[in-house]
Design a protein around this ligand. Structure first.
Ligand SMILES: NC(=O)c1ccc[n+]([C@@H]2O[C@H](COP(=O)([O-])OP(=O)(O)OC[C@H]3O[C@@H](n4cnc5c(N)ncnc54)[C@H](O)[C@@H]3O)[C@@H](O)[C@H]2O)c1
Length: 463
């Protein structure tokens, strides 16, 4: 076999998508250490389009990654643009500010990659423009508020032969990776997964406003596609710009359903409505059921995103099998594993580092009562009126996942992207897979409007 010529750094950056070796994530360094270090040979020059809440979270996380240099920032709102420019300057990144992304892409010549964190309806516009000019792109979820927008991004990445990572960051969270790879797949500790539930409930909140004197003139807002300042600030709730809470919050977790099962659903049924807010267009409550046909059998998956109080229980995904159950969340305090008494012993998996000893502290299930021991059939129980067979309940022990994330939650996903750009590490959420998740998520709003069950065909998920 003929030997390939050695790649220069720039060749490597431009051909990253083609290379496949798995390389360990970059070591965690503090921001101070990174700033103090001299420019590295494998510097990646980056621009950020969209400097709002998430743009700044991503910038903060990326500042922890060695070799990432912000060369430019772009935002139509001077208020957010200046805040982000100042943040980066504090860490010695002299990023040039731009209002117009096209001017930025035309002016800053040496960019390797672009991070897109604008409202969903602009994702395909900003992503495709950057890809066409030969930049790798990390774009926030939901990939787009339309299937066509999402599809165009996959096509643009393919045509440009550049990387496209979508910001479903749980896929790079080591706790989620451990849960999927070791607990669910290799160890099969849940047995056969039969059902999933998940939720992201939020307390009622005020609409976003803006600081005095920081409004954008209406003519400028209209030029960029926004009707007024209210819609510009609360774009998530309006049909033109986004997909509502199902796509804003549900996208993260529904993506994880597909990722954990390695499957896409075959049907979706949903109920929801604009039940609470008066000044929003999108459904503020949604109850959803998907059905998956997996190689182990049918899995029914339910998801809810509700407007309620802070007592709604937050956000988590719950994978239920016939031998165990896994509750997992980006918030570690909602993460736990439960073993059914009849399941094969889990002790060997402690030694292998898959799971940690049962939790006997606060929050652990109550000890099993003698009459609830496996094999003891007690009809009637402590109360004469009760006639349930109690063997199927209260026999669970609670176990932990011995993997924690010691970084900002978006950092591993950005590290994975920059490792792909530099070294060819496979992306954890390439455009093709995020497209399948976008199709899965966007169907919910259709199903709510149609008030009937909608089906998917396998070709719906393929570009
Ligand atoms: N991965 C996550 O956990 C996560 C969390 C929050 C938000 N997000 C995603 O990040 C994206 C941004 O969300 P956000 O909460 O930061 O919203 P935001 O409203 O706070 O910020 C959006 C920014 O984009 C700017 N903008 C709008 N149109 C623009 C244009 N045409 N050109 C340049 N800039 C423009 C706005 O001025 C604003 O600064 C969304 O896609 C959202 O779904 C992801």
């Amino acid at each position: 076999m003929a030997e390939s010529p050695p790649l220069s750094r720039r060749d490597f950056l431009s051909t990253g998508a083609k290379l496949g070796a798995v390389i360990a994530a970059a070591p965690y360094v503090t921001r101070g250490a990174e700033v103090g270090a001299a420019a590295k040979a494998d510097t990646v020059n980056v621009a950020l389009i969209g400097c709002g809440e998430e743009g700044r979270i991503l910038a903060n996380a990326a500042l922890n990654i060695p070799g990432v240099r912000f060369q430019a920032v772009c935002d139509i709102w001077p208020y957010n643009l200046t805040r982000t420019e100042r943040l980066l300057k504090k860490f010695n990144h002299a990023a040039q500010p731009f209002e117009d992304y096209q001017e930025m892409l035309a002016t800053v010549k040496d960019l390797d990659a672009v991070i897109v964190a604008t409202p969903d309806f602009m994702h395909h516009v900003h992503t495709n423009a950057a890809l066409k000019l030969g930049k790798h792109v990390y774009c926030e979820k939901l990939m787009s508020n339309t299937v066509e927008g999402a599809r165009s991004m996959v096509v643009a990445a393919r045509e440009a032969k550049k990387l496209l990572q979508i910001g479903h960051q749980r896929r790079s969270n080591p706790r989620y990776q451990h849960a999927r790879d070791k607990i669910v797949r290799e160890g099969r500790l849940l047995g056969r997964i039969t059902n999933i539930t998940g939720q992201w409930h939020r307390a009622v909140t005020e609409d976003f406003g803006f600081p005095n004197g920081q409004g954008i003139p209406e003519a400028k807002l209209n030029k960029y596609g926004y009707a007024n300042m209210h819609e510009f600030r609360n774009w998530r709730w309006f049909k033109k710009y986004a997909g509502g809470p199902v796509s804003d919050l549900g996208a993260h977790q529904i993506d994880i359903y597909n990722w954990m099962l390695d499957a896409n659903p075959r049907m979706c049924i949903a109920s929801g409505g604009v039940d609470y807010y008066k000044s929003h267009e999108w459904y503020d409550n949604a109850f959803i059921i998907y059905e998956y046909a997996t190689k182990d059998g049918v899995v029914r998956a339910q998801y809810q995103v509700l407007t309620t109080t802070s007592a709604g229980g937050g956000y988590s995904e719950y994978f239920m099998g016939d031998e165990g159950a896994l509750k997992i969340s980006e918030n570690p305090k909602f993460t736990k594993l439960y073993r059914e008494a009849r399941a094969p012993e889990w002790e060997p998996f402690v030694a292998k580092g898959f799971i940690a000893k049962p939790d006997t502290g606060e929050g652990a299930p109550a000890p099993v009562k003698p009459w609830e021991k496996p094999g003891v059939k007690k009809l009637g129980g402590p109360s004469k009126a009760a006639t349930v067979d109690v063997r199927e309940t209260a026999q669970l022990s609670a176990w932990d996942i011995p993997v924690t994330l010691d970084k900002a939650i978006h950092q591993p996903h950005l590290e994975n992207f920059f490792d792909a750009v530099r070294k060819g590490t496979p992306l954890n959420c390439p455009g093709e897979q995020a497209f399948a998740s976008a199709v899965t998520v966007l169907k919910v709003n259709e199903a709510i409007a149609a008030q009937k069950m909608l089906t998917f065909s396998p070709s719906d998920f393929v570009v």
